[in-house]
Design a binder for this molecule. Structure first.
Ligand SMILES: [Zn+2]
Length: 110
């Protein structure tokens, strides 16, 4: 399978990486497919995410210069930040989030 970046033309920065054999299959597998506006969706190859066939992990995204939300509090983590990873390679913004100590989700507007 190959990696595709699937996005909507109205929101091209909010796409996702999907593993699929064809662009059409990638669009069908994307979460945003449920939004219903299939005609506005695009899929382009993202060869930097080709690999073992599994979906990329947070660690993969960060290593390739993407940002990911903290798996606990949702704060953006950038590739240059000192992210913390659990055994599933989910990224956390701090030791406290990794340890699960931060119980209140951040509601501060960005
Ligand atoms: Zn966090």
């Amino acid at each position: 399978m190959k990696a595709y970046y699937v996005y909507h033309v109205l929101d091209p920065d909010e796409g996702e990486i999907v593993m699929a054999d064809t662009p059409g299959q990638a669009k069908c597998r994307a979460d945003c497919y449920d939004a219903g506006d299939f005609t506005g969706m695009r899929a382009r190859r993202a060869p930097e995410f080709d690999g073992d066939g599994g979906p990329p992990t947070d660690r993969d995204y960060l290593q390739k210069g993407w940002l990911v939300p903290c798996a606990r509090c949702g704060r953006n983590i950038y590739s240059e930040d000192d992210a913390h990873f659990d055994r599933h390679d989910r990224a956390y913004c701090s030791e406290a989030c990794l340890a699960g100590n931060e119980t209140t989700p951040s509601t501060t507007p960005v």
